[in-house]
Design a protein around this ligand. Structure first.
Ligand code: ASP
Length: 300
């Protein structure tokens, strides 16, 4: 008998003490939402989508509502979802006016013959299928507007800085269902002050997420430009294939990110046997998981 498991993260960065509570609460809610589906016999894919939706709707995190603003004050988001049974995935990048980009990514997977849509094309697709859109203002929270104004006062702003001393909160989830199927998903508003059109690791398969029933499911967070160079999610799966356990694979992948390209970030993992792993080299990463015994764990 297979026991379902779920792991979620709320971003790898230097989460200040006053924001820890909100992050833990958001991660806890997201993990419980996903587990509710898994316990009823629902698919890992549905659980991952539901957990990520819950964090996209929570303005504490940098995904959906609460996303960072780009250099022009717009909100452009990236998301991916992947089914470990079929290796089907769907992704959207630099998409605007969408509250739940991961659900649009799933629609790309299920309703098109493509795997990824970006920018205007992704938004046109959303309208065509009657996907709920929103105004940019509906995605912007005061915290991010103030951050935008602060950044604009600075003479120089480097993306790398934000992963050591700024506030981020990309979200992601990985799950195993009662049938032993795996899924992974990740959703983000990206990084503050990014150039319009900038796409990070999140929506790129093998970078922001990867799921294969033969190895494991992985969702990543961190400095996208570094994560892409080492295809962090797929690299983590590769370590699983080499025989490392979920925790070892997570640690090895993050170490590789740091050593090879001086990157920052974190990963969450469920392997093909339902074992859980997580690692990060940022000061903190918010996470929650419910293990095979049904026990909830929270951490930052
Ligand atoms: N990886 C995301 C990006 O670079 C940001 C994050 O995970 O916080 O777009």
């Amino acid at each position: 008998m297979i026991s379902p498991v779920i792991v979620v993260h709320g971003g790898a960065w230097d989460i200040p003490n006053e924001l820890v509570k909100g992050h833990l609460k958001g991660c806890r809610e997201a993990a419980l939402k996903g587990m509710e589906i898994l316990k009823r016999g629902g698919k890992a894919l549905d659980a991952v989508e539901s957990s990520v939706n819950s964090m996209e709707d929570n303005d504490v995190f940098d995904a959906g509502v609460g996303s960072f603003l780009n250099a022009e004050g717009e909100v452009e988001m990236d998301a991916i979802i992947m089914d470990g049974g079929t290796l089907e995935f769907g992704a959207v990048a630099a998409v605007k006016n969408i509250k739940n980009p991961i659900s649009l990514a799933r629609a790309v997977m299920e309703k098109t013959e493509h795997v990824m849509l970006v920018g205007e094309g992704a938004n046109k697709f959303a309208v065509k299928i009657g996907f709920k859109t929103c105004r940019t203002e509906d995605l912007i929270v005061r915290r991010e507007l103030e951050r935008f104004k602060e950044i604009k006062k600075k003479l120089k702003f480097e993306t790398r800085e934000v992963f050591t001393d700024e506030h981020l909160g990309t979200v992601g989830a990985v799950a195993m269902d009662l049938n032993g199927n795996l899924a992974a998903g990740t959703s983000t508003g990206g990084v503050p002050n990014k150039m319009p059109g900038r796409v990070g690791d999140t929506a790129i398969v093998g970078c922001g997420a990867y799921a294969d029933n033969c190895s494991g499911a992985v969702s990543t967070t961190g400095w996208g430009e570094s994560i892409m160079k080492v295809t962090l999610a797929k690299t983590t799966c590769m370590f699983l294939e080499e025989g490392f356990n979920a925790q070892e694979a997570a640690e090895k992948a993050v170490k590789h990110l740091e050593k090879r390209v001086g990157g920052y970030g974190g990963v969450i993992v469920v392997d093909s046997k339902g074992n859980i792993g997580l690692a990060y080299n940022t000061p903190r990463m918010a996470y929650a998981y419910i293990d095979g015994e049904g026990k909830l764990h929270l951490g930052v």
